[in-house]
Design a protein around this ligand. Sequence first.
Ligand code: C2E
Ligand code: MG
Ligand code: MG
Ligand code: MG
Length: 284
Amino acid sequence: SAKARGRGVFRFYDASLNASSARRSELASRFKSAMHDNEFCLHFQPKVALDDFAVVGLEALIRWDHPEHGLIFPGDFIPLAEEQNYIIPLGRWVIDAVCRQIAAWHADAVPLVPVAINVSAHQLRDNLLPEDVIASLVRHDVNPAWIEIEITESSLIEDTQLARRNLESLAAIGIKIALDDYGTGFSGLSMLKQLPINAVKVDRSFIRDIRNDTDDAVIVASTISLAHNLGLIVVAEGVESKDQLLHLKAAGCDQVQGFFLQRPVSAQDIAPLLRKRHYTFPSP
Ligand code: C2E
Ligand code: MG
Ligand code: MG
Ligand code: MG
């Protein structure tokens, strides 16, 4: 596998990847063979409850373990996959890989938590999305309660009707839906009322300076209050320090995600945390 090939090999992130259009088209032309050669993999980052520091969920994040360029992050190929009409098969791979992983943890007696899958704008409008999800759940004998969907606020700006039908089908089989990157996409309050959304994930741009920037602190506090009044859970993204975490806890935020507690890691590396289940933080 791509993972085995990469083991022990020292590789560099290619900083020119963004700039080079030749590289972009090279990557785009390789999607199909990359999938065939098993070069995509998932990393997992926990969502942690602020009341008792329990791990209450995971988010699956795709990576491309490229034989020449090393580990490529989704920001460098998800937009390409969208452009090249490759996001639907790639997204289908992610859904199936998440279900397969949940089944594998279950078989290893690893305690499960719901695993969130990021769904892109095009995928959200694909009328086969609910069927694809159900097919993977059935294939791996996974209960719908063990997966969640994250959609970005910006993906709801256009064609909300198409998105709504899929979201309602997914919600109807018990899949929870989170609004990702909240605060960056201008979707506004009406979306939260009209769609079957269970949680908002406050974008990390509001968390970064939350200790010093009064505007950010006010935006986050208001979002928490609004979301709670609508019966939604609030997750803060990009928590990188203890101070940010304590601020969010004091502000009544429900859950956090971020490098401070855990960077995204492989399925194998996240298993010990699932077994342990709680963080022992903050220490006195
Ligand atoms: P996202 O869904 O908002 O995911 C959070 C991103 O923030 C991840 O980047 C994660 O590694 C990063 N992150 C987590 N904690 C921290 C922190 O404390 N500080 C900072 N600076 N970053 C943090 P990643 O994995 O590079 O993913 C970027 C975006 O790519 C994701 O944003 C998501 O929109 C998209 N993406 C990832 N996996 C998939 C996928 O399977 N399918 C689709 N369609 N999109 C995906
Ligand atoms: Mg996400
Ligand atoms: Mg996000
Ligand atoms: Mg974000």
